[in-house]
Design a protein around this ligand. Structure first.
Ligand SMILES: [Zn+2]
Length: 259
């Protein structure tokens, strides 16, 4: 009989309990190279796991990257194109010193796109590794419209990498308008390696369209830039979404924030 997977509960900050069950591989595989520190929570549907894997395959060039049958992230081999730095980041998080659970937080008002929260092992669990929960609101990404190159540079795969960078490098986000911040600066280097436009700011801002909209919407925009090869001119690409649906508005600063 195979050993039973261990069930682990995390205490999420803001005093909210989330039953995040880590589905570790059977014990006979734990000690070798099959070990992965990144696992999907059981509520993350197989279709969403494949959606995430597909986006990560495109970014990394690892065509055989996948989530296995118990939801553990398995890195690929023999990359074809893609971002070298994204492969390095994924390797560091999968083999690193922290445990990471990926959770589906779609349509949750308190999650705008993605966020990572610190976890705490339950008292009856022996594991003392640092633990984190990455929450992804897939519905938020589906509500974004805009220029195709910017849409390719801003999806759930890029959002996951952003949160992984926080976990691995303890990198910081921007605190002022007009900055990209340490974390997104790393992600922009990966976008460059993929031939995609770079995010030119961390905070999204109110769209001029909001003032003219006949609907009760709070349109915000986020800009990306890329230098054209021939003209050497920087071309701007825009994404727009309704912050009433996505969330993330910070009223006191009159700007929209996203972790
Ligand atoms: Zn962040």
């Amino acid at each position: 009989m195979l050993p039973r997977p261990r069930g682990i509960l995390f205490l999420i900050s803001r005093a909210a309990w989330l039953a995040a069950v880590l589905l570790f591989l059977p014990g006979d595989l734990l000690a070798d190279t099959y070990t992965s520190n990144v696992v999907c929570r059981s509520g993350l549907a197989v279709e969403r796991r494949e959606e995430l894997a597909s986006k990560l395959r495109k970014i990394t060039g690892w065509n055989n990257l996948r989530f296995d049958t118990v939801g553990a992230l398995r890195l690929g081999t023999n990359p074809l194109g893609g971002s070298k730095q994204a492969r390095e980041l994924l390797s560091q998080v999968v083999t690193g010193s922290a445990a990471v659970v990926i959770e589906d937080a779609s349509k949750r008002a308190d999650v705008a796109f993605c966020q990572v929260l610190p976890g705490k092992w339950r008292t009856n669990v022996q594991d003392t590794r640092p633990a984190f929960v990455v929450q992804i609101d897939f519905a938020d990404f589906e509500s974004v419209i805009g220029d195709a190159p910017a849409l390719q540079a801003f999806d759930a795969g890029w959002g996951l990498l952003h949160e992984f960078d926080h976990v691995v490098h303890n990198s910081l986000d921007a605190t002022c308008l007009g900055e990209t911040g340490e974390c997104e600066a790393h992600i922009n280097e990966m976008r460059r390696e993929c031939g995609l436009p770079e995010r030119s700011e961390y905070f999204h801002t109110y769209s001029p369209l909001t003032a003219h909209s006949p609907f009760i919407s709070r349109l915000v925009q986020l800009s990306f830039e890329q230098e054209e090869a021939k003209s050497r001119r920087r071309k701007r690409y825009l994404l727009v979404w309704d912050a009433n649906l996505v969330g993330g508005l910070t009223e006191d600063k009159k700007i929209a924030s996203m972790r």
